[in-house]
Design a protein around this ligand. Sequence first.
Ligand SMILES: C[S@@+](CC[C@H](N)C(=O)[O-])C[C@H]1O[C@@H](n2cnc3c(N)ncnc32)[C@H](O)[C@@H]1O
Length: 210
Amino acid sequence: MNTPPRQIGEFPDWESRYQRDPIEKLPWYTVEPDGDLLATLSTRAIRKGHFLDLGTGPGTQAVWLARQGFQVTGSDLSQTALDSARHYAHDAGVEVTWVIDDILNTTLNGPFDWIFDRGCFHVLPPERRADYVATLHRLLAPGGLLLLKTFHVLETAMEGGPYRFDDATIDQLFSGHFQRLESRASRFEGAIEQQPVALFTLLAPRQPCS
Ligand SMILES: C[S@@+](CC[C@H](N)C(=O)[O-])C[C@H]1O[C@@H](n2cnc3c(N)ncnc32)[C@H](O)[C@@H]1O
Protein backbone atom coordinates (compact mmCIF):
# COMPACT_ATOMS: atom_id res chain seq x y z
CA MET A 1 0.00 0.00 0.00
CA ASN A 2 1.35 3.47 -0.87
CA THR A 3 1.75 5.89 2.03
CA PRO A 4 0.08 9.25 1.35
CA PRO A 5 2.46 12.20 0.80
CA ARG A 6 3.32 14.12 3.95
CA GLN A 7 1.63 17.50 4.13
CA ILE A 8 3.24 20.73 5.27
CA GLY A 9 1.96 21.52 8.76
CA GLU A 10 1.19 17.93 9.81
CA PHE A 11 3.02 17.34 13.08
CA PRO A 12 3.44 14.51 15.51
CA ASP A 13 2.46 14.62 19.10
CA TRP A 14 5.81 15.96 20.34
CA GLU A 15 6.03 13.82 23.45
CA SER A 16 5.43 10.63 21.40
CA ARG A 17 8.03 11.77 18.89
CA TYR A 18 10.67 12.10 21.61
CA GLN A 19 9.68 8.74 23.10
CA ARG A 20 9.87 6.96 19.74
CA ASP A 21 13.41 7.69 18.51
CA PRO A 22 16.81 8.15 20.11
CA ILE A 23 17.37 11.87 20.51
CA GLU A 24 20.49 11.94 18.30
CA LYS A 25 18.42 10.62 15.35
CA LEU A 26 15.98 13.52 15.35
CA PRO A 27 16.43 15.69 12.26
CA TRP A 28 17.04 18.89 14.25
CA TYR A 29 19.57 17.35 16.65
CA THR A 30 23.02 18.91 16.68
CA VAL A 31 25.51 19.52 19.47
CA GLU A 32 27.09 22.33 17.45
CA PRO A 33 25.95 25.88 18.17
CA ASP A 34 23.55 27.17 15.56
CA GLY A 35 25.41 29.24 12.96
CA ASP A 36 22.94 32.14 13.03
CA LEU A 37 23.01 32.22 16.82
CA LEU A 38 26.81 32.40 16.71
CA ALA A 39 26.78 35.18 14.11
CA THR A 40 24.25 37.25 16.07
CA LEU A 41 26.17 36.97 19.34
CA SER A 42 29.31 38.03 17.54
CA THR A 43 27.99 40.92 15.41
CA ARG A 44 25.80 42.34 18.21
CA ALA A 45 28.50 41.77 20.88
CA ILE A 46 26.00 39.93 23.09
CA ARG A 47 27.93 38.38 25.97
CA LYS A 48 25.61 38.29 28.96
CA GLY A 49 21.98 38.27 30.01
CA HIS A 50 19.10 35.83 30.34
CA PHE A 51 18.31 33.63 27.31
CA LEU A 52 15.09 31.72 26.78
CA ASP A 53 15.69 28.77 24.45
CA LEU A 54 12.08 28.32 23.38
CA GLY A 55 11.12 24.80 22.28
CA THR A 56 14.53 23.68 23.47
CA GLY A 57 13.99 19.99 22.60
CA PRO A 58 17.29 18.15 23.25
CA GLY A 59 18.62 21.29 24.95
CA THR A 60 21.87 21.38 23.01
CA GLN A 61 21.62 25.10 22.19
CA ALA A 62 20.62 25.96 25.76
CA VAL A 63 23.60 24.05 27.13
CA TRP A 64 25.96 25.71 24.68
CA LEU A 65 24.66 29.13 25.77
CA ALA A 66 25.09 28.24 29.44
CA ARG A 67 28.68 27.21 28.68
CA GLN A 68 29.28 30.70 27.30
CA GLY A 69 28.20 32.16 30.64
CA PHE A 70 24.61 33.16 29.89
CA GLN A 71 21.78 32.60 32.35
CA VAL A 72 19.53 30.18 30.44
CA THR A 73 15.98 28.89 30.64
CA GLY A 74 14.99 26.08 28.27
CA SER A 75 11.28 25.40 27.76
CA ASP A 76 9.45 22.69 25.85
CA LEU A 77 6.17 20.79 25.72
CA SER A 78 7.86 17.42 26.00
CA GLN A 79 8.90 15.93 29.34
CA THR A 80 11.03 13.30 27.58
CA ALA A 81 12.93 16.00 25.67
CA LEU A 82 13.55 17.94 28.88
CA ASP A 83 14.71 14.79 30.73
CA SER A 84 17.26 14.26 27.99
CA ALA A 85 18.26 17.95 28.06
CA ARG A 86 18.69 17.80 31.83
CA HIS A 87 21.09 14.82 31.52
CA TYR A 88 23.01 16.59 28.79
CA ALA A 89 23.41 19.71 30.97
CA HIS A 90 24.44 17.60 33.95
CA ASP A 91 27.14 15.87 31.90
CA ALA A 92 28.30 19.25 30.61
CA GLY A 93 28.44 20.60 34.17
CA VAL A 94 26.25 23.63 33.50
CA GLU A 95 23.11 25.06 35.09
CA VAL A 96 20.01 25.56 32.97
CA THR A 97 16.47 26.11 34.26
CA TRP A 98 14.24 23.60 32.46
CA VAL A 99 10.52 24.34 32.27
CA ILE A 100 7.72 22.25 30.84
CA ASP A 101 5.70 24.86 29.03
CA ASP A 102 3.36 25.37 26.10
CA ILE A 103 4.25 28.79 24.69
CA LEU A 104 0.63 29.16 23.54
CA ASN A 105 -0.56 28.84 27.13
CA THR A 106 2.58 29.87 28.90
CA THR A 107 3.42 30.04 32.59
CA LEU A 108 6.70 31.83 31.85
CA ASN A 109 6.99 35.37 33.15
CA GLY A 110 10.28 36.71 31.90
CA PRO A 111 11.53 39.19 31.26
CA PHE A 112 14.19 37.60 29.06
CA ASP A 113 16.92 39.62 27.43
CA TRP A 114 17.15 37.28 24.47
CA ILE A 115 14.77 34.66 23.10
CA PHE A 116 16.05 32.01 20.70
CA ASP A 117 13.43 30.07 18.78
CA ARG A 118 15.04 27.47 16.60
CA GLY A 119 12.20 25.51 15.07
CA CYS A 120 9.25 26.08 17.40
CA PHE A 121 7.29 28.93 15.78
CA HIS A 122 7.22 27.20 12.41
CA VAL A 123 5.38 24.18 13.86
CA LEU A 124 2.64 26.18 15.61
CA PRO A 125 -0.92 26.28 14.22
CA PRO A 126 -1.29 29.31 11.91
CA GLU A 127 -4.36 30.53 13.79
CA ARG A 128 -2.25 30.87 16.99
CA ARG A 129 0.61 32.87 15.49
CA ALA A 130 -0.78 36.21 16.69
CA ASP A 131 -0.93 34.83 20.24
CA TYR A 132 2.70 33.73 19.97
CA VAL A 133 3.77 37.21 18.80
CA ALA A 134 1.93 38.98 21.64
CA THR A 135 3.31 36.51 24.20
CA LEU A 136 6.90 36.90 23.06
CA HIS A 137 6.55 40.66 23.10
CA ARG A 138 5.40 40.44 26.71
CA LEU A 139 8.26 38.08 27.68
CA LEU A 140 11.07 40.17 26.17
CA ALA A 141 12.81 42.88 28.15
CA PRO A 142 12.97 46.35 26.55
CA GLY A 143 16.06 46.38 24.37
CA GLY A 144 15.92 42.59 24.04
CA LEU A 145 15.94 40.57 20.83
CA LEU A 146 14.09 37.64 19.34
CA LEU A 147 16.28 35.32 17.26
CA LEU A 148 13.82 33.42 15.10
CA LYS A 149 14.74 30.49 12.87
CA THR A 150 12.11 28.91 10.64
CA PHE A 151 11.94 26.99 7.40
CA HIS A 152 12.19 29.27 4.34
CA VAL A 153 9.74 29.30 1.41
CA LEU A 154 12.79 28.29 -0.64
CA GLU A 155 12.77 24.90 1.12
CA THR A 156 11.08 22.79 -1.52
CA ALA A 157 13.14 19.58 -1.45
CA MET A 158 11.61 18.23 1.74
CA GLU A 159 8.15 16.74 1.56
CA GLY A 160 5.84 18.01 4.30
CA GLY A 161 7.35 19.28 7.53
CA PRO A 162 7.20 22.73 9.12
CA TYR A 163 5.48 25.79 7.66
CA ARG A 164 7.66 27.90 5.39
CA PHE A 165 8.15 31.69 5.73
CA ASP A 166 9.52 34.68 3.86
CA ASP A 167 10.16 38.28 4.92
CA ALA A 168 6.75 39.51 3.80
CA THR A 169 4.92 36.95 5.94
CA ILE A 170 7.16 37.59 8.94
CA ASP A 171 6.50 41.35 8.61
CA GLN A 172 2.77 40.79 8.29
CA LEU A 173 2.73 38.68 11.46
CA PHE A 174 5.25 40.51 13.63
CA SER A 175 5.31 44.18 12.61
CA GLY A 176 2.60 45.25 15.10
CA HIS A 177 4.86 44.27 17.99
CA PHE A 178 8.36 43.92 16.53
CA GLN A 179 10.73 45.62 14.16
CA ARG A 180 12.66 43.34 11.81
CA LEU A 181 16.35 44.25 12.13
CA GLU A 182 17.89 41.54 9.94
CA SER A 183 16.91 38.50 7.95
CA ARG A 184 18.70 36.05 5.71
CA ALA A 185 18.39 32.67 4.10
CA SER A 186 20.48 30.08 5.88
CA ARG A 187 20.44 26.38 6.76
CA PHE A 188 18.95 24.23 9.49
CA GLU A 189 21.86 22.22 10.78
CA GLY A 190 20.93 18.83 12.18
CA ALA A 191 21.15 15.07 11.93
CA ILE A 192 19.99 14.82 8.31
CA GLU A 193 22.34 15.08 5.38
CA GLN A 194 20.40 17.57 3.28
CA GLN A 195 20.08 20.61 5.51
CA PRO A 196 16.74 22.39 4.94
CA VAL A 197 16.78 26.03 3.81
CA ALA A 198 16.05 28.27 6.77
CA LEU A 199 14.96 31.86 7.24
CA PHE A 200 16.75 33.54 10.12
CA THR A 201 15.15 36.76 11.40
CA LEU A 202 16.28 39.10 14.13
CA LEU A 203 13.43 41.08 15.70
CA ALA A 204 13.39 43.88 18.27
CA PRO A 205 10.27 44.49 20.39
CA ARG A 206 8.55 47.81 19.78
CA GLN A 207 8.01 49.84 22.90
CA PRO A 208 4.42 50.78 23.79
CA CYS A 209 3.58 54.41 22.98
CA SER A 210 3.51 56.48 26.17
C1 LIG B 1 12.00 21.21 15.50
S1 LIG B 1 12.12 20.94 17.22
C2 LIG B 1 13.49 22.01 17.63
C3 LIG B 1 14.12 21.70 18.98
C4 LIG B 1 15.28 22.60 19.40
N1 LIG B 1 14.95 24.00 19.35
C5 LIG B 1 16.53 22.35 18.58
O1 LIG B 1 16.86 23.21 17.75
O2 LIG B 1 17.15 21.31 18.76
C6 LIG B 1 10.68 21.87 17.78
C7 LIG B 1 10.49 21.82 19.29
O3 LIG B 1 9.39 22.67 19.65
C8 LIG B 1 8.66 22.04 20.70
N2 LIG B 1 7.31 22.62 20.68
C9 LIG B 1 6.33 22.43 19.76
N3 LIG B 1 5.24 23.15 20.08
C10 LIG B 1 5.54 23.81 21.22
C11 LIG B 1 4.81 24.70 22.06
N4 LIG B 1 3.54 25.03 21.78
N5 LIG B 1 5.41 25.20 23.17
C12 LIG B 1 6.68 24.84 23.47
N6 LIG B 1 7.42 23.99 22.72
C13 LIG B 1 6.85 23.48 21.62
C14 LIG B 1 8.72 20.57 20.36
O4 LIG B 1 8.47 19.73 21.46
C15 LIG B 1 10.15 20.43 19.81
O5 LIG B 1 11.06 20.10 20.84
